[in-house]
Design a binder for this molecule. Structure first.
Ligand code: ATP
Length: 214
């Protein structure tokens, strides 16, 4: 059974922070591939700041080209309505053993998702502490999420093969890059260099994404 990382996000836009953690997790967990799954209609993000779904998908496709194990999935574009991860994992279940890659701030938000217990049952959670946001797996907020999901504590990547159900905490390199900062930069006409693949920066410029006039 192939081991598949599922990396969902708004990718508004995709940047090196996303790509680096995906590469590191691919290595740490010896994944066969990482599927980037851009959300067509992200339930948790303000619609006003969203680039069109087709542009976010196109930028994600450009970004993953250089990595032999990265792919983009259009599974959320083939459904109508909000892009719920539980539905995505159900649809991807035939692809292999699934690991769901999320940043630590997303993990702390998981209980607001649709059917979070099913999410945790359909894929092993892989959590990356996000740069600039302290994450304590033993803090009451983390423990509450684990409890409500029916999970015990985190394991480290080296213990992961022996505990196939346990969520994994991976200290992958998290760059201090956020999509919100990049949107602000694009809006102000500032540099996007060294924060995302040059092909994605060129796409943003050419399509005038994130400009005030739209
Ligand atoms: P925004 O700033 O618009 O909220 P974002 O980059 O946080 O954007 P997404 O594109 O939805 O939002 O992120 C997808 C996933 O990638 C989330 O789980 C998020 O926690 C994680 N992530 C995003 N940026 C980083 C980073 N620099 N390091 C580690 N994880 C990240």
């Amino acid at each position: 059974m192939p081991r598949v990382g599922v990396f969902g996000g708004t990718f508004n836009p995709i940047h090196f922070g996303h790509l680096l953690i995906a590469d590191e997790i691919c290595e740490f967990l010896e994944l066969d591939r990482v599927l980037f799954v851009p959300a067509s209609v992200p339930p948790h993000k303000p619609a006003g700041e969203l680039a069109p779904a087709a542009d976010r998908f196109a930028m994600t496709e450009l970004a993953v080209r250089e990595h032999p194990r990265f792919e983009v999935s259009d599974v959320e574009f083939r459904r109508r309505g909000p892009s719920y991860t539980v539905d995505t994992l159900q649809a991807l279940g035939t692809r292999g053993d699934l690991c769901l890659v999320i940043g630590s701030e997303t993990f702390l938000d998981l209980l607001t998702w649709k059917d979070p217990r099913a999410v945790a049952a359909l894929a092993r959670l892989v959590v990356v502490p996000r740069s600039g946001k302290a994450f304590d797996p033993d803090a009451p907020a983390s423990q509450k999420v684990l409890r409500e999901l029916g999970l015990e504590g985190f394991v480290r990547p080296e213990a992961a093969p022996g505990c196939p159900e346990a969520p994994v905490l991976v200290e992958a390199a998290s760059l201090p890059i956020s999509a919100s900062d990049l949107r602000r930069r694009a809006c102000e006409g500032r540099s996007l260099a060294f924060r995302m693949p040059a092909s994605v920066a060129a796409y943003i410029r050419d399509h005038r994404l994130y400009r005030q006039e739209g």
